[in-house]
Design a protein around this ligand. Structure first.
Ligand SMILES: Nc1nc2c(c(=O)[nH]1)N=C([C@H](O)[C@H](O)COP(=O)(O)OP(=O)(O)OP(=O)(O)O)CN2
Ligand SMILES: [Zn+2]
Length: 131
């Protein structure tokens, strides 16, 4: 069976604090987050701007979180106000995964990596998470 995997990276700047964290991360502070998304599919699809079935999905659909919060993204947001859970890197990756699945065609498997700092990152996937 054929398989295509798209890879894209983007950044966004955001503030957060970890609710209940007994240490400096419990205070409001900011990060320049880097995100890598891998999107794998066994078929190609049309998209908003391309009628023919020649893309896994549009790269732009994977990069929604890089937009400002006024446009539905996470850039220059306070993550505690955007996520329904404590905004750890783990939860941010899970949130981006879930939100991205809602923006792309069915049958695409996502792997989301979020760097909170240059040296600390998390990878998230969900075996049952294809839409
Ligand atoms: N598993 C997790 N651990 C921590 C998270 C997290 O999301 N998941 N988050 C934090 C804080 O948000 C903190 O800002 C992370 O920064 P840190 O790795 O401490 O980076 P620093 O640059 O501040 O590193 P120092 O070594 O402290 O200088 C904490 N843990
Ligand atoms: Zn932090």
């Amino acid at each position: 069976m054929p398989s295509w995997t798209l890879h894209t990276e983007f950044k966004f700047d955001a503030a957060h604090f970890l609710e209940g964290y007994e240490g400096k991360c419990g205070r409001m502070h900011g990060h320049s987050y880097k995100v890598h998304i891998a999107a794998t599919s066994n078929q190609l699809n049309p998209s908003k701007y391309l009628d023919s079935a020649d893309m896994v999905c549009d790269f732009h659909e994977l990069k929604w979180a890089a937009k400002g919060s006024e446009k539905g993204g996470l850039d220059h947001s306070v993550l505690n106000e955007e996520l329904p859970v404590n905004p750890t890197a783990e939860r941010i990756a899970e949130f981006i995964h879930k939100e991205t699945l809602q923006r792309i065609p069915d049958g695409i498997k996502l792997n989301v990596t979020v760097w909170e700092t240059e040296n600390s990152w998390v990878e998230y996937t969900d075996e049952d998470g294809e839409n």
